[in-house]
Design a protein around this ligand. Sequence first.
Ligand code: DAH
Length: 338
Amino acid sequence: MLNEISTLRSQIENELLTISSSESLEQFRLAHIVKKGTLTGLIERLRDVPKEDKPVIGKELNLLRVFAENEFARLKEQFESGKNQTQKIDVTLDGRRGKKGSIHPIMQTLDEILSVFRKMGFSVAESADLEDDYHNFEALNFAPDHPARDMQDTFFIKDERSDLLLRTHTSSVQIRLMQSQQPPIRSVMPGRVYRNEAVSARSLAEFHQVEGLCIDKNVTFAELKGTIITFAKEMYGSSSEFRFRPSYFPFTEPSAEVDISCYLCGGKGCRICKYSGWLEICGCGMVHPNVFKNCKIDTEIYSGYAFGFGIERVTMLRTGIDDIRLLYENDVRILEQF
Ligand code: DAH
């Protein structure tokens, strides 16, 4: 009988090595563990064993039974928790790479914009997102009934100071700068701005702008053109072409909007440029005398130019992203491309 027990032990041990699924484990259970299985069969035959042999054989049999039941329980738990350690580990497989963070495309664009302007001698100035009506509108020569002050465009703050708002453009920083320092001024002012607009593929209620301001003696419109073209060629490539279209802003006179030849079709006309061949990149102009007056800068001595553009727009033109919302969804599949 001891021989039979040892044969069964070898059989059970071999079978255990080949069990790789809960199906084969179940077959093992039906063969050995259940009432009609091999182990119970041997235990029942213990009755016929001579008394003096019973302790030794009984002990062996019991050890085998406990071993088989424990192994069965262990494998069952492994399969249930989905971890089958009897499967071989392939050490040649690639490890899992941890995902690395990277600088957001909007901030990459901003870093590059600022570095181009720094090379041209501009310093960088910033101010708070929370503004008052005076700096955001009045000092910039917006008439009291100008539509930009309308509830539809501006987020007003409910406060005991009833004229607080979220700035609608970075032009407000121009005023803060002119109030706090005397010309010459040559600065760019990046920041977040807010407009009460419906979110779409082209516009968001919260976005970024860079403002520019240059005030000195004898500053001319030609200098403004030179600055913008030099900047845009650095950003978009030296083969780009430009046009300045007359425009209107309350805080500049004369004012212009600048278009760049479409980077995608080279000016032939396509979906991106709405078949015009041109893409608008910024607003600009010579600082309005009323703005200088509001900031106590002598217009007999000084003149200056200003410009402003959206950072999301520049990012979209450079990356080819054609839906502005993609820049704010933080989907790593977009972000890891830049
Ligand atoms: N503030 C304008 C806007 O938000 C952009 C702008 C236009 C800024 C002309 C300027 C400028 O400084 O001269 O649309």
